[in-house]
Design a protein around this ligand. Structure first.
Ligand code: S3P
Length: 171
C-alpha cells in the first residue's frame, strides 16, 4: 500500500460483525463509494447468495467472490470495500488486499454475532443450528483475520464509534 489516505479501505471480519453497515457510514464520512462484495456477486450472477450456493456450490461462489474483490481493488476510485466473511479464506486474496488496500478487521463477541445473524436466513453456511455453526466457524477461522492493518473490537461500540476509530487512523 503506497498512501494510506488514498488506499481503498477493505473491511474484513466474521459474518455479523457489521462490515456492510460500517462501510456505508465510512464511505459517507470519507466522501467515497462503498462496495459490498456480496451485493456485487448477486448482481453479477443474477442470483441471491443462497440460490448461488444451491445451484453452483461454494467453490463457484468463492471464484466469483475473488473476481469481484480483484475488480474492486483495481478500481481507480477510492472505495470502501465490505468483504464477505470468507473472502479471506484464499491466501492470495489476503495478499492483494494488503497490497492494494488498508485492511480493517471488525471483531465481535460470539453472542453478539449469533444475535445479529439469527435475524436473517441469507447465510448458507449458517443453516441448521446457528449457534453451533457460528462457534465451529469462529474456531476454524480463529486466525483468518489476523493479517489486517487494524483490528477493532466492536462489541461495546456504537456504529459511529467504530467509524470514528477507523477515521482516526487516517487523520
Ligand atoms: C460468508 C459470509 C457472507 C457471504 C456468504 C459466505 C462466509 O457474508 O459472503 O454467506 O463464508 O463467511 P457476510 O460476512 O457479509 O455475512
Amino acid at each position: 500500500m503506497e498512501d494510506k489516505q488514498q488506499a481503498h479501505i477493505v473491511l474484513i471480519g466474521f459474518m455479523g460483525t457489521g462490515k456492510s453497515t460500517i462501510s456505508q457510514l465510512l464511505a459517507k464520512r470519507l466522501d467515497c463509494k462503498a462496495v459490498d462484495l456480496d451485493f456485487e456477486i448477486e448482481c453479477l450472477s443474477g442470483q441471491t447468495i443462497p440460490e448461488l450456493f444451491t445451484a453452483k456450490g461454494e467453490v463457484a461462489f468463492r471464484a466469483l467472490e475473488t473476481e469481484v474483490l480483484l475488480n474492486s481493488l483495481h478500481s481507480r476510485d477510492r472505495l470502501i470495500i465490505a468483504t464477505g466473511g470468507g473472502a479471506v479464506l484464499a491466501p492470495q486474496n489476503c495478499k492483494v488486499m494488503q497490497e492494494l488496500g488498508y485492511v480493517v478487521a471488525l471483531k465481535a463477541e460470539a453472542e453478539q454475532i449469533i444475535s445479529r445473524v439469527s435475524q436473517d436466513s441469507s447465510r448458507p453456511l449458517l443453516q441448521g443450528n446457528v449457534q453451533e455453526r457460528v462457534y465451529k466457524l469462529l474456531e476454524d477461522r480463529k486466525h483468518a483475520y489476523d493479517f489486517a492493518h487494524l483490528t477493532i473490537d466492536t462489541t461495546n461500540l456504537t456504529t459511529n464509534e467504530v467509524v470514528d476509530q477507523i477515521w482516526n487512523h487516517f487523520h
